[in-house]
Write a protein that binds this ligand. Sequence first.
Ligand code: C2E
Ligand code: CA
Ligand code: CA
Length: 773
Amino acid sequence: METPSQWSAQQLAEFLVAVSAFADETRAVQGGIEFITEAFEAEVGALIDRGRVLAARGFPADRTPNEMLVESARGDRDTVEIPGVGHCAVLCVPINFSRGSGDLLVGRSGSPFSREESSLLRAMARVLSLTLHNLRVVASLRARQELLERLVAIQRSISTREPVTGILDAITESTSALLGGELVTIHFRETDDPGTLTAVSTYGVPESRGESLAQRIVGEGAVGRAVAENSLVVIEDYQSNPDAVHESLAFGVQAAMAAPVHDHGETVGGMTTSSLAAGRQYSMTERELLLSFAELASLALTDARTVDALHWAVDDALHRALHDPLTGLANRTRLLDRLDNAFELRQHDEYEVSVLYVDLDDFKTINDQFGHSTGDRVLVAAAEQLLASVGEHDTVARIGGDEFAVLIESLGDPAVANRTAERILNLISARSGIGSTGVSANASIGIAFSSAETRSPEEVLRNADIAMYQAKGAGKGRAVTFEAAMYEDLLGRIELEADLRRAVENDELEIYFQPIVSLEDQRIVGAETLARWQHPTRGWVTPLTFIPLAETTGLILPLGSQILQKACIWFGNWQAAHPQAPRLGLSVNVSAWQIQRPEFADEVVKAIAGTGVAPSTLILEITESVLMQDVDSTLTRLHELNGMGLRLAIDDFGTGFSALSYLRRFPVDFLKIDQSFVAALRSGEQTIRQLTEAILVLGSSLGIECIAEGVEDAAELNALRDLGCRWGQGWYLGAPMPPDEFGEYLASYPLGAMPDPVPRRATRGLQDQQGRA
Ligand code: C2E
Ligand code: CA
Ligand code: CA
């Protein structure tokens, strides 16, 4: 027979094993009470914590006489009347919980409880308390672990800028899970109706009930109050609470708590958790949990809005970085970016990438004559016309002052680019008349395609640019398609330009003289100075190549004065050496760029000063085109030079604009009949012959001497003579030659005098210093 103490120890050990086996607090409590009730052969058993029955045994479900049990635990009576059981002996011992102490109670209708039984129940209460504590620690560690994991996941998704709705969903889900499967909702204030809260994320709410949670009013219900008061609101007696919201009451909510959600410190919504479980109470940890998850929602929101604002600012800056502010078109950077993209797609056979480089013709003139605001309007109009000319997938960009580019991506039809170019040319020339100014712009277009050889997007753009220059060179207002040879040309030009610059800097250009001859008696009356350049590797480069190059690079200014200088020095020396010789004319070609500079007259004075060259023997050859541009200042300059006693010749006469009226206005002394007329004389071409005759008649009627150029044989010479032409130049009469050779040449041929200036001019500035030899 076991002694009561042995029996007790046995019971206690079994109890310890039993309750330790439970995985969580709730089950441990329930299982513990069952064990105890059986062990004491009692009808009822209960665990009471601060007036609340945590677990009970011996009563039908939902019929636990909570108040009675609490009552009997508090009282110190040994017996009590239990409904459905009758008169019972009661044993009640205190049990420790983390938040304070509760009661462990058993009731039995049979024999009263012994002292041993009383101490056994106390011991069991300690075991249960300890077990529950351990379980709680483990549970809280587990919960803590889960909480941490969820927090980290949410924070990570905030920091990786996942869509804010997804983050809010993760927050409601985690909160629900951590609070034991509650209904969790986040509401936001309506932007245009801040008194209304709308659910943006819910978890655990059955679909059928979603509607009832969708909207709340600020100030009403848990979340309404949390927003209004900007603090945590806990309602644990929901069904009887005056703040309860009808829909939630109907849904059966027993307890709810809500925390405010902020955005940049402003209350913009709230997060609610509600429970359908009777008697639900929220622990401090749970309250803090809700607060911290609401904070997380705030963080996500603030971050999202910040990111949105940031995105907006970045987009804006990006737009500004990629677009032209005047026309709103893409800029060069964006064009290259698009071109890059297109280039990658190009790997497909059928895919064509083409670029049109569009440059307005004479835009500088528009700007100069009508002012910049008109210029801007022309650009904006051109941008509109470009957009109207291209397809919706094409990119139009402004890549420089008056330079635009169109990127065309088409499938297998290169003709699209040509058709687009045609449309642009038509539209721009037809529509760019600007209001009352009557300005109309035209454009030159270069077209380039990406081919197997093109290595980079920049290259396509550059090729289009090169083709555009060709279009300009070919007379503007047209489109030219890039060819590989153009690039070679360009490279050659660039190289040549550098070489020419060096040659000019080192004063390496030479002069040749070509005799000017009297056709009557073949006496030499003068010479034309022709520039010559011996390139270190290319040999002799024709002035037809390097003079235009010098003109586009500005090198013509130093080059021109070097030639003038050299010619004057040589001629002055020769004349000094041959004081008996007749006064020979010295012809020097002068470019428009030189003539237009106000300093030009001074330069000429300096060039002849000290060389002994008489101003009246110096003939400046200018082309007709010089007379056509910038008429007033040219007129001033020419009169200035004429006033100094210099003489002027119109070079290549007949090939230019032939606005003969200018011959009356400009102080012209000579017309140089272009060699194409002379060449036509040989073939006996009648019209040309008549034209040449007309020029000669015109000349003599205006008192202007004519010099025929490019006389290559006796037939030409005779034809010119027959027409009454007195002066000539050409291989037949004497080829261009170096100065030394020319000196010898002069020594072996008869010399004559240049014709005197026709006395049709009233004023003559400088008097010839030397007089007639
Ligand atoms: P240009 O002023 O018309 O010069 C006459 C050109 O005809 C010269 O060519 C000359 O060599 C060439 N020529 C002479 N006789 C004949 C002939 O019987 N038949 C043919 N077919 N051609 C003949 P070049 O020296 O090559 O000069 C070409 C052009 O370069 C010149 O044409 C002139 O416009 C320009 N140029 C030459 N030197 C200078 C210079 O110092 N300054 C400027 N601004 N231009 C120059
Ligand atoms: Ca000439
Ligand atoms: Ca000429």
